[in-house]
Design a protein around this ligand. Structure first.
Ligand code: GDG
Length: 511
């Protein structure tokens, strides 16, 4: 979106301002999506020769998104070329070996290499270098009136760098993941912690997924950046923080999905037929009143896949009357295997999945298999067919910025129930909207502690034995809420200039 720099407080209505979106559902703003760009650079040349079954979702999404937009001419992609050495420590190292687990408050997954301050420093320098490259690229390719929107934790320093290159740029930032660094993050990882806080404050406007994340950010700024001046405007629910002469506005914007894209697939008779076929294939014929639990996510420790499998094991021990009936269909799409912590976690889960299938059987339903565990991604139409096939969506991350799958499931299938953990941003959004309990009636099942197999199994059981009419009544309420909170509304709200402070340009620029 181009803005008239002089009249930044536009009089357009939010509806008129809603930006067009690309095929990834993201607004057509010049985006610096490190994940996508690097992936394309890495795999672009090999893509065509790859066995389609071995392509990951990200391969598909990144490439399709890029080509689609090239073809439509909506924006031009400027690849950022980095050395292989920098790429490895920037992406697998600092981004996914340190920042990802730290911001999810899962310090046990921070790579051990960073106990050595020398290694940390070397890798951090690569992170800074790559952020410079992205920032320079964006500045070089922008016009003075452009609004630049940066996404996610790979690019935390780009605002600071861009502002030091051109003070007149307006740069927004949205954090897709939680902001919950562990208590010892600032002592243990030296300058990284304060650099993260300072870096985020140098964007003009910043969006978080939940109030929980923004509150943590503000708390840490007050604790570690003593000179920062923090103000809160309750009427608009916006913080402004002034630090080192720069001002930053901070809001909360729960991200969502492009509902119409999902609905058009879900209403397609072919998808409906495929959904019915999936049920026929996986459900027991001998004991027909079983429930189909369905989960899909990247194969990531934050998603709580191992804990879910352990709870599922416990479920059949605690409720043997469900043997031969219920089935868990888990899709865990392989990714980030170059990071040791990922590889180990993935291997452990695969082993556990095999054990579950070996541990349970039912003489009255010899064809029954309790678990289907799949590590290949699916085309979206197949994914939606699975959403239609399921009785219960199972979304139980340990921590998750939002979790779009929960929304996709209930938009596509309002007859489904939803089991959702309190670690997910979507759970916070739904419960804040009063969607957990209404008039004493439950709407979705909360899992408060994904490590507590007993109460987890109880939630499985309650969901599996709930009357269908009750489940559908609940599902419809969620469906309605998600329909009213589309991605268009999210991006228009973030881009709305009314919550941006007047930009103060410091005379003394320190970077
Ligand atoms: C990050 C944050 C936040 C998954 N498997 C397949 C497939 N997918 C699609 C889903 C969904 C997307 O990938 C995953 O989005 P999530 O939100 O669930 O999770 P992350 O990938 O971790 O995303 C997260 C999000 O950013 C947005 O801000 O919500 O918290 O971690 O759209 O449908 N799509 C297809 N086949 C698959 O096998 N086609």
């Amino acid at each position: 979106r181009q803005q008239d720099w002089a009249g930044r407080r536009s009089t357009e209505s939010p509806h008129q301002m809603a930006p067009a979106t690309n095929s990834l559902g993201l607004p057509l703003i010049r985006q610096a999506g490190a994940d996508v760009l690097f992936h394309v650079l890495e795999d672009d040349s090999k893509f065509e020769e790859m066995d389609p079954k071995k392509r990951t979702v990200r391969d598909e999404m990144s490439l399709l998104g890029v080509l689609h937009n090239y073809n439509r001419g909506n924006y031009k992609l400027n690849p950022v070329i980095v050395t292989e050495e920098d790429y490895n420590v920037y992406y697998g190292g600092i981004s996914n070996g340190l920042l990802w687990p730290a911001l999810h408050n899962l310090p046990e997954y921070i790579v051990k290499d960073y106990d050595d301050i020398k290694v940390l420093q070397d890798h951090w320098h690569a992170y800074v270098r790559v952020n410079y490259q992205f920032a320079i690229n964006a500045v070089r390719n922008s016009r003075p009136q452009d609004f630049i929107w940066i996404h996610d934790y790979h690019l935390l320093l780009t605002g600071m760098i861009m502002q030091s290159l051109d003070q007149h740029l307006e740069v927004g930032f949205f954090l897709h993941i939680p902001f919950q660094p562990p208590a010892n993050f600032f002592e243990k990882y030296g300058q990284v912690g304060t650099a993260v806080l300072r870096g985020i404050l140098r964007f003009t406007k910043v969006g978080f997924q939940t109030h929980r994340d923004r509150a943590k950010f503000v708390e840490l700024v007050e604790e570690h950046l003593g000179a920062a001046k923090v103000k809160y405007d309750a009427e608009v629910d916006i913080y402004t923080i002034t630090h080192e002469g720069w001002m930053c506005s901070l809001g909360v914007f729960p991200v969502s999905i492009k509902n119409e894209d999902f609905l058009s697939i879900a209403y397609n008779p072919e998808t409906i037929k495929r959904g019915e076929d999936i049920r026929k294939r996986v459900m027991s014929k001998s004991l027909p009143d079983g429930k189909l639990f369905f989960s899909v996510e990247r194969f990531d420790y934050t998603k709580g896949i191992k804990e879910k499998l352990l709870a599922y094991w416990h479920y059949f021990e605690q409720y043997p009357d469900r043997l031969g009936k219920d089935v868990l269909f888990q899709i865990a799409v392989m990714n980030r295997r170059s990071v040791d912590t990922y590889r180990q976690y993935q291997d452990e889960c695969i082993e556990l999945a095999e054990k579950i299938n070996g541990a349970f059987s039912c003489p009255e339903a010899p064809e029954w298999k309790p678990l289907i565990f799949q590590t290949d991604g699916l085309p979206r139409s197949d994914l939606v067919a699975h959403y239609l096939a399921m009785d219960l969506g199972l979304v139980t991350p340990k921590k998750d910025g939002m979790n779009l799958v929960a929304k996709e499931m209930l938009v596509c299938n309002p007859r489904a129930g939803l089991i959702l953990s309190t670690g997910a941003g979507s759970e916070i959004q739904f419960s804040t909207a009063g969607l957990f309990q209404k008039d004493g009636e439950q709407c979705y099942k909360q899992i408060n502690d994904v490590y507590d197999v007993k109460s987890y199994a109880e939630a499985f059981y309650a969901a599996a034995t709930e009357p269908t009419a009750t489940r559908i009544a609940h599902g419809k309420r969620l469906h309605k809420f998600i329909l009213a909170h589309d991605i268009e509304r999210w991006s228009a709200a973030f881009l709305d200039p009314s919550w941006t402070h007047e930009v103060i340009r410091p005379t003394d620029v320190r970077t």
